[in-house]
Unconditional design. Structure first.
Lengths: 288, 343
């Protein structure tokens, strides 16, 4: 299965949300990483067929997804950032309703199976408005997975969740079969490291990198420095240097992480880069 | 899927509100300001019950002789009063005359109205029935713009699509095979059919005062027996009411589809309520100046209800065409690939 974005661009008036996105995806988990306003949701909406691109198209195995129509929608599962499910419906009703929209009639056994997968079977008779944030997201995943889609799109699935729920979510994604293309947009780096096969870096509407986390961290090898400094001096340094970040604090001193092509300070030492450093490098002025 | 759409569109709270509106509809006749009639309702009912049955000339002759008597008594008033002042008649005689005079005055307007009715029956050149038609007349004369029903249709239909936009669930629906045309069609069918049946319920509620007054026994009488409502056909009173009710129900369905179209175009619930109110209530209030707009307006024109000169067939065809147009555009806009910019 090959999903291709061919020169996707999207403009809203004068603002260009996406600029010529060209990427090829096959089975696996892809994390779409970028800050707010980088075009993640726009790209996902275009893939989902909800938004029309200004130019370009998306193809699946050579076929345009728009002209595929319902054939494409049958293999698509989508969880937007704020799905807005109906507050008066119970968990079971929502699952059955959206399954029916996909042309699937779920039996009681299938409902149990799907809700068990996201640990919501005990809440099946609870109304949506009474669910916690984490439960709502898990229900969203169950709904997106109804019909066993081949392409799964998750937009900021862990935004607003506590660490326990985020871990639970990662476990769920890990448990989904690897015969799918899973794309999830996030700006939370820790979500990516444990589950994503590849990372797509999106900055101001352009894809600046698509590779594994290992490749990405290797690409900035030698550009990540660590340094211990007095607190006051450190705060002043961080204000003046966008590629610097305080990573730990002590009684009088702090540890700084600095993204720089050259040794920034005499006592700075090379540090092993992480995905967070990659984010800093590309999005927080580290490139400069 | 239809079951879930019904649950979305018609929650319990809405059912309670509509029940309340139905109750208000039934009571609205009783709280309406008293109509200033040209006759005494009590006397009119007494006369009608006395002369109830097939109209013939003898009734008119009886009424004419009564009118002659009334005119004579009234004509003698000034003279009698003078004679009393001059002492030519006693107080007892004068008092007796005044009792007769009061009775004549009380009956005068009613007898005049009844004679007008007899003249109307004479002009029909067909058998007519004499009966107490006050309740039916009231109902037809007040059968104009139905503010409560229009409000009920608005609160039913505005959330149908606007709630999906407001909650953001439209996005998810667009990604499913059934979330596009099928969902829109289900919503439109539910809105139009519910509005149709809601109208029939409201129309039934308007019959409650008629039933309470015991006037339903006249329901089978020809509608042309009502003074000033020459339908020109042999349709019965209830038949005419049913015909107009079906027409109004079709108009309500048309209104429902119009509101749904507004919803997908505008998307903001508050603004759709406002626009619906303006576009539905305003034309009805201008019907006196633009009577032909009744064929193109999605509102309940006052003219539609009571005049027999409106072509029911034309109105119904107009409704069907308008519903078709609104539904087609609504579905096309709903499934269009765009999202409000939220950047």
């Amino acid at each position: 299965m090959e999903l291709k974005f061919n020169g996707i661009s999207k403009s809203y008036g004068r603002k260009e949300a996406l600029k010529g996105v060209d990427i090829n995806l096959s089975e696996g988990v892809y994390a779409l990483l970028g800050p707010n306003g980088s075009g993640k949701t726009t790209l996902m909406n275009i893939l989902a067929g909800v938004l029309r691109p200004s130019s370009g198209d998306v193809t699946l195995d050579g076929r345009d997804t728009v002209s595929m129509g319902n054939d494409f929608r049958r293999i698509l599962g989508y969880l937007p950032q704020d799905p807005g499910f109906y507050p008066g419906f119970t968990v079971e009703e929502l699952l059955k309703y959206f399954a029916s929209l996909k042309g699937i009639k779920l039996s009681s056994g299938e409902v149990k199976e799907k809700l068990d997968f996201v640990n919501l079977y005990d809440e099946r008779r609870t109304r949506y408005k009474a669910l916690s944030g984490g439960m709502k997201r898990r229900l969203g995943i169950a709904i997106a997975l109804a019909g066993d889609p081949k392409i799964l799109i998750l937009d900021e699935p862990t935004a607003g969740l506590d660490p326990k729920e985020r871990v639970r979510f990662r476990n769920i994604i890990s448990g989904i079969g690897r015969d799918k293309i899973i794309i999830y947009a996030t700006h939370i780096v820790s979500d990516i490291e444990s589950i994503a096969d590849r990372v797509i870096l999106l900055k101001k509407g352009e894809v600046i990198d698509l590779s594994t986390t290992a490749q990405m961290t290797a690409s900035i090898e030698g550009s990540v420095w660590s340094c211990v400094m007095e607190r006051d001096r450190a705060e002043e340094y961080v204000e003046q240097n966008p590629g610097a970040l305080i990573t730990s604090t002590g009684a009088d001193t702090v540890t700084l992480k600095i993204i720089s092509g050259e040794r920034p300070l005499p006592d700075a030492v090379n540090a092993r880069p992480t995905l967070e450093d990659v984010y800093m490098y590309h999005f927080l002025g580290g490139e400069q | 899927m239809v079951r879930y759409e019904i649950k979305k569109l018609i929650p319990l709270k809405l059912c309670l509100i509509i029940l309340l509106l139905l109750l208000l509809q039934s009571l609205s006749v009783y709280i309406r300001p008293l109509k200033d009639r040209e006759y005494s309702e009590t006397l009119y009912r007494q006369f009608c019950e006395h002369y109830e049955g097939i109209y013939d000339k003898s009734i008119q002759e009886l009424l004419l002789s009564r009118k002659i008597w009334i005119d004579d008594v009234i004509a003698k008033h000034d003279e009698t009063q003078s004679e009393y002042h001059l002492g030519r008649i006693t107080l007892k005689e004068f008092s007796a005359y005044m009792d007769i005079y009061t009775e004549a005055m009380a009956q005068s307007s009613t007898v005049n109205y009844l004679l007008k009715k007899c003249e109307y029956y004479d002009s029909l050149n067909r058998p007519a029935e004499f009966f107490c038609d006050t309740q039916w007349l009231d109902m037809y004369e007040n059968d104009g713009f139905d503010y409560l029903l229009v409000f009920a249709v608005m609160i039913l239909c505005v959330p149908a699509f606007t709630s999906e936009y407001a909650a953001g669930s439209r996005t998810v629906l667009m990604t499913t095979p059934g979330g596009r045309e099928k969902t829109a069609a289900a919503k439109l069918i539910i809105c139009t059919l519910t509005s149709f049946f809601l109208t029939m319920l409201f129309r039934t509620a308007r019959l409650v005062p008629v039933m309470n007054a015991g006037a339903m026994k006249y329901a089978g009488k020809p509608a042309y027996d009502l003074l000033n409502y020459p339908f020109g056909t042999d349709i019965s009173l209830i038949g005419a009411y049913e015909s107009f009710s079906v027409m109004k129900a079709l108009e309500a369905s048309c209104m429902a589809s119009f509101i749904c179209l507004l919803s997908v175009l505008v998307q903001n619930r508050t603004f759709v309520y406002f626009l619906s109110a303006v576009l539905l209530y305003a034309p009805a209030m201008m019907m006196d100046y633009l009577p032909d707009a009744a064929y193109v307006s999605s509102s309940y024109a006052k003219a539609l209800a009571v005049t027999p000169y409106i072509s029911l067939i034309r109105v119904n065809i107009s409704c069907m065409i308008r519903i078709g147009v609104y539904v087609s555009i609504c579905i096309a806009v709903w499934r269009a690939r765009y999202v409000r910019r939220e950047i």
